[in-house]
Every structure is written in C-alpha cells, then in structure tokens.
Design a protein around this ligand. Structure first.
Ligand SMILES: CC(C)(COP(=O)(O)OP(=O)(O)OC[C@H]1O[C@@H](n2cnc3c(N)ncnc32)[C@H](O)[C@@H]1OP(=O)(O)O)[C@@H](O)C(=O)NCCC(=O)NCCS
Length: 440
C-alpha cells in the first residue's frame, strides 16, 4: 500500500555508491507481503527486538504500508532475499507553537546488519534520504535516535529535550486551584478514539511535537498485538471542561509494593493536556490517589509546570534529562520563516554545511509581531548580529530549545560581533521548552 505522498524517487548517488560495493538499494514493494515481512523482520533484528509473529506482521503490514521502506540487499549472503540494511521514512510535520508547524521528512528504522557494519552503508542511506527530501523541497528532516553519537555528522542537531520525573506523593498537597471541569475514570479503549485529536490540539501549544502514527497509538493503548498483554494494567482518565468537552486524558498503570500496601507506584504512560485546566486537573487526579507513594513519568517536558502545582517542589525529582528530537535543516528560509520569534532584530547567520543544502549567509529579520523574513545575504549587515555556525547547530537552535550561549561556550557557534549570541537568544526564545512526547 505505497503512499504516493511518500513515494520520493530513490537517490541515484546512493544507489550507485552501494552498487559499487555489490549491494542492491531499492524501495520495498509493500504490496508484496513476503518482501515487506522480510524488511520488517530485518528492521526488528537490527534493533535487537524480538522477531515479529505472524499475527504482528499481519498488523504491521497495513499500518506501515505507507512508509517509504528502503532496503539494501547483498546477493552473496546465505539468505540473499533478506535485507542487510533498512531505512523507513515519511512526510510529517513538526509543531512550532502558536498553532504553527513546518513540513519535514521523518526518518526511522535505520539499521545495518552486524555482518555489514562500518562499511559506509548507513552513510549512503542517510545521505540518500537527505538528498531525496531536499529534492522534494522539504525544509527539514527529523529523527529520534538510539544513540546521540550518530547523526551530528549528517547535520542533525538535538532540538527538543525530555525529562523523566519521580514524585514522592506522601504528604504532598496540590496548591493549584481545581479547575471547574471534571475528571472521569474511563476505559483506555474509550479514550483511544479521541486521543489523536486531543493530541493535535495539545501540539498546537508547543514546538517539537510530531504526530504519532496509528500503530503507535495502538501500542500505547495496549490495542496492538505487541502490547496487548499490558491491557489489564492500563488505566485511563479523561478531563472534560465545564461545557463537557474532552480536553485531555491520562494513561497510567499501577504497580504494587509487596512489602507495603500503601506504597504503590503509579507510572504515567501518557498525559495529554490541550488546555492548562486539563493539565492541572489530570495531574491532580494522578497525584491524589490513596495507597500510592510514588508517581513516575517518562518522556515529559523539561519545563514541566508540576513543581509549581504542589506544596513541596522538591518532591518532584528530575531523574533523567536527554535530547530527543533531532532536526536537520535542508532549506534555511523555509525552515526559519515557518516559526514565530520573541524579539525584533536582524541576525546574519553564516552557515556551513558539508552536504551543501543549508550553506550560505542568511539574514534573519524578525519584527515585533514575531514574523520573520530570510534573505540570502548580499548587502552589508548594517548593525545586524552576526553568527557563524554549522548546520548541526542551526538544527539544534531551530525551535529555541538549545541554549545559544552553551553552543557559543562549546565552540559550536561563534560571534561575528560582540553580543550577537545574546541577541540571537532573545530572538529565538520560545514561550515553552520544545517537547516531543513520543518516539517515531
Ligand atoms: C548505527 C548503524 C545504523 C550504523 O551503520 P553503519 O553502516 O555501520 O554506519 P557507517 O559505516 O555508514 O558509518 C558512518 C559513520 O557513522 C559512524 N557510526 C556508525 N555507527 C555509529 C555509532 N553507533 N556511534 C557512533 N558513530 C557511529 C561511523 O564511525 C562512521 O563515521 P565517519 O564516517 O564519520 O568516520 C548501525 O550500527 C546499526 O544498525 N545500529 C543498531 C541500530 C541503530 O541503533 N540504528 C540507529 C537508529 S536511530
């Protein structure tokens, strides 16, 4: 079931590079179930996941049929029909806050068999994806990553971050006023139907969110064959505003402490709030449970408002923080003009890019309404701030989630005139820390 939207031509340079190594590089025909199954199994094997069962393959095939699934085959292997490398990609958006978003190319399932590693196959795959996305006029490419050491070399920078929290709920009081709507306990499948719509409304309020695909929602709600065994543990609640409109939901599970029946642990599996009231009410519900001593929440925003909702901010411990969404700028004017800015100024960005797509001198001029113009620089900067940076740093800065000054201190960008970094930081400052709440 190929999706014509994702049906970009195969990159000729990568095809030729791999052919020179005796390898075949091609798009998988996802209408051919056997070929698609072999690709899906190769991808799972590459990440050390369990092999997919017949039942799982039957579910994954239609769900992932629209992905542009590329394989690499080596005719000299013992099983030459099985790909020795995979990459999957599709068109997606990244939210930019203020109800805005930018189009991009989502890249996933990058795997190379243990027998074929470190021979430049991933390089051919990644460069092929970037050239194809650039040729299709997509302003950015995006990834979530298994290791943070891999993708900088192809110009990706970490643009949105997540945190894991551990909350000691014993004696904790909620100091925020309880909103006027109502929290309903509901079954997880009942929320599944409204989850994508609520999530898309929540995404309008923040930069960094990438719409989850159906299979991910199915997994999250324990409705996928791979996660069905979790269904009995999964609990849900929904927040309706004073008019009875659903505005958010929380999915969670509870683990018993066998030594102390009053010390259960609640794991927040997903909390989606399309309004501030939904946010406060759902956290109120989660924290205010009898027999629970600890609440843990993963993949949450780094600037979670939660500590300010409760009587003891120290009860909310950040136990991990990591980069999550990686962005690669392919078209500087399109990427930079898609978002809104926090200050009026002019910044000349002198961008280097080994692959060439973003290289150049770009004048970013922002006005007091937050709108921006970007022109390929020709004239004298005339009092503009001046920043020299690589495309990787530009990707890291795009959503305003990476501190400009940290990149300056680390030598990842340089000021062409004193004070330029502070001026760029003032322009980029987001209302909220960018956040991606799922993997893709
Ligand atoms: C990561 C992976 C795809 C790399 O494939 P590969 O074909 O061995 O990579 P290449 O030979 O093309 O390497 C290209 C460059 O990346 C570097 N590199 C590759 N894997 C790396 C890793 N895990 N960490 C750091 N650098 C890595 C190589 O050293 C090489 O560097 P250089 O050319 O700049 O000197 C492969 O190891 C793999 O399948 N890993 C398991 C699945 C996974 O984690 N995939 C990434 C998903 S986000």
């Amino acid at each position: 079931m190929p999706d014509s939207h994702n049906d970009l031509p195969l990159d000729e340079a990568s095809r030729a590079a791999l052919a020179a190594e005796g390898l075949r590089y091609a798009v998988v025909d996802t209408d051919d179930a056997d070929e698609h199954d072999r690709w899906l199994q190769a991808d799972h094997r590459g990440f050390h996941f369990d092999a997919l069962t017949t039942e799982q393959l039957a579910e994954y095939r239609p769900a992932l049929g629209g992905t542009r699934s590329i394989g690499v085959w080596d005719a000299t292997t013992a099983e030459p029909d099985h790909p020795i490398a995979t990459v999957g990609s599709w068109r997606s958006t990244v939210s930019l806050g203020d109800g805005r978003s930018v189009d991009g190319w989502a890249i996933s399932a990058v795997s190379v068999a243990a027998t074929h590693r470190r021979r430049g196959i991933a390089r051919a795959l990644l460069e092929g994806e970037l050239r194809a996305a650039h040729a299709a006029s997509l302003p950015i490419a995006m990834l979530t990553v298994s290791e943070a050491t891999i993708y900088g070399r192809w110009g990706f920078g970490p643009a949105a971050y997540t945190a894991d929290y551990r909350i000691d709920t014993r004696g904790l009081r909620l100091t925020a006023a309880m909103p006027s709507g109502r929290v309903h306990r509901v079954s997880a499948p009942a929320v599944r139907a409204i989850a994508p719509e609520l999530a898309s409304r929540a995404h309008e309020r923040i930069a960094g969110e990438v719409p989850a695909r159906d299979l991910l929602w199915q997994r999250m709600f324990a409705l996928s064959t791979r996660t069905a065994s979790h269904a009995p543990k999964l609990r849900a609640a929904r927040y309706d505003d004073a008019d009875g409109e659903p505005r958010g939901f929380v999915l969670y599970s509870v683990a018993e402490d066998e030594a102390d029946f009053a010390a259960h642990t609640v794991t927040v599996e997903y909390l989606c709030a399309a309004t501030d009231d939904a946010y406060a009410a759902l956290w109120h519900y989660v924290l205010d449970q009898d027999l629970v001593a600890t609440v843990v929440a993963h993949l949450r925003p780094v600037d979670e408002a939660l500590p300010w909702l409760v009587s003891n901010p120290r009860a909310v411990q950040t136990v991990a923080r990591r980069e999550h969404l990686w962005l690669r700028v392919l078209d500087v004017p399109a990427a930079l003009t898609a978002r809104r800015y926090a200050a009026a100024d002019a910044v000349l960005l002198r961008v280097t890019d080994p692959l060439g797509f973003a290289a150049g001198e770009w004048m970013l001029t922002t006005d007091s309404d937050g709108a921006a113009r970007v022109t390929a620089h020709a004239a004298d900067p005339d009092g503009a701030a001046i920043i020299d940076l690589g495309v990787e740093a530009l990707g890291a800065l795009l959503l305003g989630g990476t501190p400009v000054d940290a990149l300056r201190v680390a030598g990842r960008l340089a000021e062409g005139s004193p004070g330029s970094a502070d001026r760029l930081a003032a322009v980029l400052r987001p209302a909220r820390a960018p956040w991606l709440s799922t993997w893709f």
